[in-house]
Design a protein around this ligand. Structure first.
Ligand code: PNS
Length: 163
């Protein structure tokens, strides 16, 4: 039984995240998306909102072997708890490779039995980040090329509520 954990802040989930989830779902028996609690100091969405958003996306995609849960604390402990075959992370470019390598090696030092798999982002999504999507939306930019439709609506509503 192959089980990947796919951790992240997902504030908000982007088209790039969804692409990775779709591809991972075809490679593993089960994918567990781990939504980091307290990801940012002032996240746009609370952890339960991010979990709900991701569940909605996974269901809309019909991905039956994907679960979404929140986690706190160390990623390797979450991976152990879930009996994961590997931690899955996406890489978009050189900066990600540097950071992800460091993260993977820190995690390996903490838990040598927990493997990390790095999956290159699809090129059409390799410029997208949650952080820049929020910046674009705050500045009044169109974000439909960055996030799923349902997420776009919720981001816009949240920003309206905040203003
Ligand atoms: O979507 P992100 O913000 O790039 O995800 C980062 C994440 C969740 C993978 C990372 O911050 C993380 O693993 N946090 C939990 C604490 C931890 O285990 N850190 C790495 C070992 S020092």
């Amino acid at each position: 039984m192959t089980r990947f954990v796919y951790p992240g802040s997902f504030d908000p989930p982007t088209l790039g995240h969804l692409d990775l989830i779709r591809r991972a779902s075809g490679m593993a028996d089960e994918v567990v998306i781990g939504v980091l609690q307290n990801a940012a100091k002032a996240p746009l969405f609370g952890e339960q909102e991010r979990v709900a958003l991701l569940r909605e996306l996974v269901e809309a995609e019909g991905l039956k072997n994907v679960r979404v849960v929140a986690f706190a604390g160390l990623l390797v402990e979450f991976a152990r708890q879930e009996k994961a075959t590997a931690i899955l992370r996406g890489i978009r470019g050189a900066a990600d490779v540097e950071f992800e390598l460091q993260l993977a090696q820190m995690n390996r030092a903490l838990a040598p039995e927990v493997e990390t798999l790095l999956l290159p982002a699809s090129p059409q999504y390799s410029h997208i980040s949650s952080q820049l999507t929020k910046q674009a939306a705050r500045g009044g930019g169109e974000i439909k090329a960055f996030v799923p439709k349902a997420v776009r609506a919720k981001v816009l509503r949240r920003l309206r509520e905040q203003s």
